[in-house]
Design a binder for this molecule. Sequence first.
Ligand SMILES: *Cc1c(COP(=O)(O)O)cnc(C)c1O
Length: 388
Amino acid sequence: MSFEAIKKQEQEYILHSYGRVDVALSHGKNAEAWDVEGKHYYDFTSGIGVNALGYSDEGWVKAVTEQAGKIQHMSNYYYCDKNTQLAELLAKNSGLCRSFFCNSGAEANECAIKIARKYGEKKHAYKVITLENSFHGRTLTTLAATGQDGFHQLFTPLTEGFVYAKGNDVEDLKAKLADPEVCAVLLESVQGEGGVVPMEEDYLKAVRELCTEHDVLMMLDEVQTGIGRTGYFFSYQRAGILPDVVTAAKGLGGGLPIGVCIAGEKVKDVFAPGMNGSTFGANPVVCAGAVEVVSRVSKPEFLKEVQEKGEYFKEQLLKMPNVEFVRGRSMMIGVKVKDKDAHDVLNACAKAGLLILTAKDLVRFLPPLTITKEEIDAGLAIFAEQIK
Ligand SMILES: *Cc1c(COP(=O)(O)O)cnc(C)c1O
């Protein structure tokens, strides 16, 4: 099928909720991809941080296809070895206790908010503090949690009970925590969609202390930052803290839809049977892929490489005269290009054979964690040419 035919079909039969780039991918290998007409691309997006091990990774394909040939789905009425194995791996790599599996980042955050409500019930506390400029998902409740007015105005009325604090501002958080109806703080350690804005380590430590002091939950949305993206298995490990609840999704399944909400010691018993559920949650095929991802990404050598490649990206980018600044953590990279609109850069790069993302007025890279130095160099050469 030609690109034009696909585009026509999309226009006709798919609801117009996405602004798309003129690219239709067909297949790929690690950080390289080919479109339906055979054109070659380097891919610095990994499907918005999803294909953690790149395209068609051998180990991942084997894990997923073997599981698909054994049993593809069973209901959550039954026990499932892939599901329990993944939960144990996540507990060991997070320092938290028990997982609830679902299918997306938004759903994982919904679960975190439900946990917060249950935790606060006894003292009639139901409000969740999130940060200005945050992004937590597209369901009505996670849109309410998202601290950006633009998103709120689209679908009122939204779920009640969210209060927005300024990121990296301890005093503002203190003031908002004075409200006795607050039961939790939910935040990203690096605001991805908000423009790759990192929270300082000292701020994260202060959030941890203040949450403990006020007996409210510290909940981290690691949907984008988690599973090795920032050079740590979870980004809070960089700050040396332990939240009460963590959510993850994007990179976890290596390309298959899975979300998880992991509960720490304080809240590992808040749910009783019937309080949350998901038909597809912890699907065996998806979990088999996730077990492969987590087993590999959690290795210290792998994480060290992610850090080193992140540094390399930064060094190379800062050599380009038209780069104003670079920010982020390891393989979650935001680039401010001088005098150029980020979307124009994205479109020009796509034409020239490099796939990138934007976040607010920044260009954003979320490459597969397995990207090679050769792939980085080749992709950055295209980027340098396009921002000249
Ligand atoms: C992408 C993202 C979400 C939403 O995830 P979906 O899988 O699209 O529902 C939530 N939080 C953060 C930080 C994200 O980056």
